[in-house]
Design a protein around this ligand. Structure first.
Ligand SMILES: [Zn+2]
Length: 234
């Protein structure tokens, strides 16, 4: 009983930390795919877990994963949001070489220089609007995805990556101190495998975390190798 109470409290705290409200999967199909994805991820092989499940529609898979990535980043950024201020992060950057200006082409037509927290708020609000728009993310069975659905998701994922870039470059110490590093790495690895599997984010966009990605993939390959190769060569 006490344990259950503790668990409920932990869940509550986790929810409270979301930067934006968690998006739910409204379509039964999406819930089913979400559960499938969670289960295969739990099984450990991420490269396998991101693949399109047999017989499923790519757009449905893309929709579910995009929403899940939004929720993951929202939770991760929620952890450091109080430390990411106009003073600590006056520009939106992913390391010294990469700075981002905000523009969505609709509300903000010319690129504007804003602080990281403002940029991330613009970015996450923009994604929220896309996800909430049933013309973009259909919620009823039998309603087709718009023709530009993949393109919209590519833009969402490209922008979500920037939040990872900012967290890794500017708030890593805090993530370590708050014991959230392992969760950050797992979420990011999932994201990388997914966008690489379906070529959804250009390599040059991923460059700010190029070293982290290389290191991660190498470590994974070694792990796989160690599994299949004999332990000793003699
Ligand atoms: Zn920041």
């Amino acid at each position: 009983m006490a344990q259950e109470k503790e668990k409920a409290q932990a869940e509550k705290e986790k929810k409270a930390k979301h930067f934006k409200q968690e998006k739910e999967h409204k379509k039964p199909k999406h819930m089913e795919l979400h559960e499938y994805a969670t289960a295969t991820l739990g099984a450990g092989n991420m490269r396998e877990a991101v693949r399109l499940p047999k017989g499923e529609d790519f757009n449905e898979w893309l929709a579910v994963n995009t929403v899940d990535f939004f929720n993951e980043i929202s939770l991760l950024y929620g952890i450091v949001t109080e430390y990411c201020t106009k003073d600590s992060c006056p520009v939106m950057s992913a390391g010294p070489k990469y700075e981002y200006l905000w523009m969505d082409g609709v509300k903000v037509k010319k690129p504007i220089k804003v602080s990281a927290p403002e940029y991330i708020d613009y970015l996450m609000s923009w994604i929220e609007e896309q996800i909430n728009d049933s013309n973009v993310f259909p919620t009823d069975d039998g309603v087709n995805f718009p023709k530009n659905f993949k393109q919209v998701c590519k833009t969402i994922l490209k922008r979500l990556f920037r939040v990872y870039g900012h967290i890794y470059h500017s708030h890593m110490q805090k993530m370590v101190a708050l014991d959230a590093e392992a969760h950050l790495n797992t979420c990011f690895k999932h994201f990388v495998y997914f966008v690489k599997e379906f070529k959804l984010v250009d390599e040059r966009e991923l460059a700010p975390l190029g070293d982290t990605i290389q290191h991660m993939l190498k470590k994974d390959a070694e792990k796989q190798g160690a599994k299949y190769k004999p332990k000793y060569n003699y």
